[in-house]
Design a protein around this ligand. Sequence first.
Ligand SMILES: Nc1ncnc2c1ncn2[C@@H]1O[C@H](COP(=O)(O)OP(=O)(O)OP(=O)(O)O)[C@@H](O)[C@H]1O
Length: 787
Amino acid sequence: MALVQKYGKPDIFLTMTCNPNWDEIISELEPRQTPQDHPDLIVRVFRAKLEDLKIQLFKRHILGKVAAYVYVVELQKTGLPQAHFILIMEGRYKLTCPEQYDCLISAELPNKSKYPELYKMVVKHMMHGPCGVLNPKNVCKQKGSCKNYYPRPFNVSTLQGKDSYPIYRRRDDGRHAKVRGQELDNRWVVPYNPYLLRSYNCHINVDVCSSINAVKYLFKYIYKGHDRASVSIDEMDSDRNIDEIKQYRDSRQIGRIVSAHPAEGERYYLRVLLNHVTGATSFQDLRTVNGIVYSTFHEAAERRGLIESDNTINECLDEAKVFHMPSSLRRLFSTILVFCEPSNVHGLWDRHMEAMTEDYRLTQMCPHAVEQMALLDIKNMLESMGKDISSFPLPEIDKSYDALDNEAREIIKESTIEVDPEHLGFSSFLNPEQRYAYDEILATINSGQGGVFFVDGPGGTGKTYLYKALLAKVRAEGKIAVATATSGVAASILPGGRTAHSRFKIPLNTEDGGVCSFTKQSGTAKLLMRASLIIWDEASMTKRQAVEALDNSMRDIMARPDLPFGGKTIVFGGDFRQVLPIVRKGTRSQIIDATLRKSYLWENMRQLRLVRNMRAQSDPWFVDYLLRVGNGTEDTMDADYIRLPDEICVPYTSDATDIDKLIESVFQMTLEENLLDPNYMTPRAILSTRNEYVDKINMKMIERFPGEEMIYYSFDHAEDDPHNYYPAEFLNSLTHNGLPPHILKLRINFPIIFLCNIDPASGLCNGTRLIVRGFMRNAIDAEIVLG
Ligand SMILES: Nc1ncnc2c1ncn2[C@@H]1O[C@H](COP(=O)(O)OP(=O)(O)OP(=O)(O)O)[C@@H](O)[C@H]1O
């Protein structure tokens, strides 16, 4: 009303409703999807169109200069968004006479042969009804007639309305069109602006409202409440049939299930079931799981694995007992302690101790000794996952059973790593550059002076081969060599390898000048002091601050603050042509600044270059090509794009079957024996840039895979969200880095990949590939095949 006071009465009332068949929506749908399946897409496209309409109205002034406006966007009961605008025009653009209305607004069918497109759009979007005698059951019926006053009378010219909308020109010119089974003429046309209708191809009603005195009703209309729906109830046809498909199509409903708060109990669990269970035709159906009818929705949702049960962890261990040996159970128990935060650790221990100690009980009669042996084993496993057993409420470890203290254990563990005789032999096969690096590093170790090296070599030039040769040589001489790598996968390839972060206890967010989190008296410090050689592979992938933290700590524990790494021999390796450190949303210069090359340490690192590609000797063309890309010497187009040679591409045709073709060319899935052969499957992979593409490809792969299937669901909830602003299905829809999708479908013999570092020392790290061998409700049995 303040606007009216200042700018005068409104002139134009405009309503725009989303057209679910806009090209921008249809072209984004997957095969067999309908716009109803994508309310997110619908609202986004609508918003884009709305923003464009605002530009047309307020910047391009297509209806004249606008002095003030309000608009409201609402969701209709059909689920489609709709915007209502009230425009107040500037002085000379105010609409005051019927001639002006005619310039902007039409309420007639256009000439079909002259304006075929516009004609089609008017017929599609701007014809009311039919209602009344033509369709007595239309939803606009109120007290026996149409509440919108259709059909309007024919009218040779536009007339000014009195406290009402104008009476638009509707000539009886014989034009008509078939709409929803009835022939309709100009009396049924909803007023429109031809330019806007043509531009937006949707229901866009433009009305002059300057003649309306009861202005506040206009505003009231656009701010009206939302909680109303017009529905029609149809009778069955003469054969007593109801055409539900037609009803569904006619109503264009977008399914929305009313929200329910978890505190609402059964109502909430009913909603969870409705969101996940397809094909249920009754409440009883929803409460039925594996043929058993449960009395509550809560129980049924729990049995389906849709909500977290208090007992999940216990059940997981119970299930694992069936197919796991005691040592594996102890590992599972340790993993649960570290990653699942069980609330009752002591209870868990008491309940499963018997199964976890079965092997010790064969050789040891004393129950206390048996318990201590199991606890010691768990202690070691926790340590290798970077945790201390004393931080868990488990029975005390009796010192008399733990012959070794922490310090001794770390050193003994490292100094007893078995040397692979094959690796010892590697030194005889080194190529000249590897040989030179090998000799230089060994000479430095033997000199006792220490030195810092960087082995720089593109992929496949034999860096790992060199490290293995060095580790074998040093360890065979009874010295300690500490092998680490930035990623878990690279660490697991090195004998005795650990991730650098866990081995050196590097804090996750290291700042300039940071230090590692081990103390001078710790086992880690003692081990590093004793080490003759430290290797850190993939150092090019880590942030320089992590390496600098190790440098700071080493200078401290070695009490040699002036020497890099306290005078240790330390070998970094990597390839800056491969993956660089990750700086979230970082610019190129921020990423480069985070690399080791920008560290103060770089100047003091002796560069050892490997150039000969030992991996792809049989394909020199490809090796050369990779090198050119890595070195930035390959020809580029549009600044940063390189052209991939046709022979290594599966062409994109924008056809829905493109992904199938890609899968086929990588996996040749038509051959069932290929699918069931881990040696065939694991060396193949499809890499993708976005998690959502990964999920899509995985779904397709799983569908084509033979065998028994199991579906696991994630339990997602937001912390500190008492008002349920983040409902579970929204959280479920997020495809976050490092987390599997909400629905994880697995089949026996299906290859899977680990996404987190559980225990790199045992090969369970990000990137490890496994094959599913069996599954139960809470436990998956998988075998490591690669990594
Ligand atoms: N001197 C050598 N004699 C025989 N084979 C070698 C030699 N050096 C490397 N290889 C072989 O070449 C392949 C690639 O070597 P390696 O994995 O060590 O390369 P890399 O530089 O670590 O590669 P990436 O950067 O991709 O990890 C391996 O199969 C390795 O066994």
